[in-house]
Design a protein around this ligand. Structure first.
Ligand SMILES: [Zn+2]
Ligand SMILES: [Zn+2]
Length: 270
């Protein structure tokens, strides 16, 4: 059986959840067809860990950022270190960054300030942004528009809204990333979004260890399970998973400006 080619655009492989069995997790990801993964930083310590992992593992790249949950604690030194790490050749994006008005773990004005500062940094460094947005789409889209994010490039990770919001993200020049929730029974507007987004603007992710897709919901998530999300999205769109996998992998490579090695023979879809 030939597994589809896939790329996991958003994982937290450096989290303690994976300390005990990371090698086995990575092997299962490769066996599931993953050509690469991006492990995403959320604060000072986790940014260091992402870059250290990407320097060690050739098919894991890093993104460094300050999550809105952690915005209230970020110091000027943290920003300086983030910018230094962001210039590493193993770092392919900045984030996750954004607004989270669902959990509100940092004051909202601080979240907005920290978000804008990272968008400016991404422009200076010349790398795309990974955006986290929960229950704050009008505010986040306004900030992204002011920052002219289309010139920077970026992805709306774990897209959680509806078609009108998806349309505005596309108009801003963003790529849209779908995660495990599109497979859930109460997926709300996500199946419609999965059908609506043009295939060249779509990527898939796990956000592991969180948001495990059906039928593993409730257990730890891992990059190999991006195959389940991809298969679900392919079925919603009425295309085969090989095609969806190949196109979304190419989209991820373009988004993160990654030179992926050529496919081995027999792994090319159609
Ligand atoms: Zn997130
Ligand atoms: Zn995340």
């Amino acid at each position: 059986m030939i597994s589809p080619v896939l790329f996991a655009t958003h994982a937290h492989l450096h989290f303690p959840d994976f300390t005990d069995d990371l090698d086995a997790v990575l092997e299962r990801a490769r066996a599931a067809g993953l050509r690469g993964m991006v492990t995403i930083g959320t604060d000072r310590d986790s940014n260091r860990a992402t870059v250290a992992m990407a320097e060690r593992v050739p098919d894991v790249w890093a993104s460094v950022g300050i999550h809105p949950h952690d915005a209230g604690e970020a110091t000027d030194e943290d920003f300086a270190e983030m910018e230094r790490l962001a210039r590493s050749p193993r770092v392919v994006g900045l984030g996750e960054m954004g607004l989270d008005f669902f959990r509100d773990l940092s004051p909202r004005d601080t979240q907005a300030r920290v978000f804008r500062r990272q968008l400016d940094m991404a422009r200076a460094v010349g790398k795309p942004v990974v955006i986290h947005c929960r229950d704050a789409h009008p505010e986040a889209l306004a900030i992204l528009g002011e920052a002219r994010v289309g010139e920077i490039g970026g992805v709306m990770h774990c897209f959680s809204a509806d078609i009108p919001v998806a349309r505005r993200c596309l108009d801003l020049g963003l790529t849209i990333s779908l995660a495990g929730p599109v497979t859930y029974k109460n997926a709300r507007a996500l199946p419609d979004v999965a059908r609506f987004v043009p295939i060249d603007r779509l990527v898939v992710e796990t956000d592991c260890p969180y948001l495990t897709p059906t039928p593993h919901r409730g257990k730890r998530n891992e990059p190999a399970y991006v195959a389940l999300t991809a298969a679900h999205v392919a079925a919603l769109r009425g295309v085969d998973v090989e095609t969806l996998g190949e196109v979304t992998t190419a989209n991820a490579a373009r988004l993160f400006r990654l030179p992926l090695p050529p496919l081995p023979l027999g792994k090319r879809a159609g």
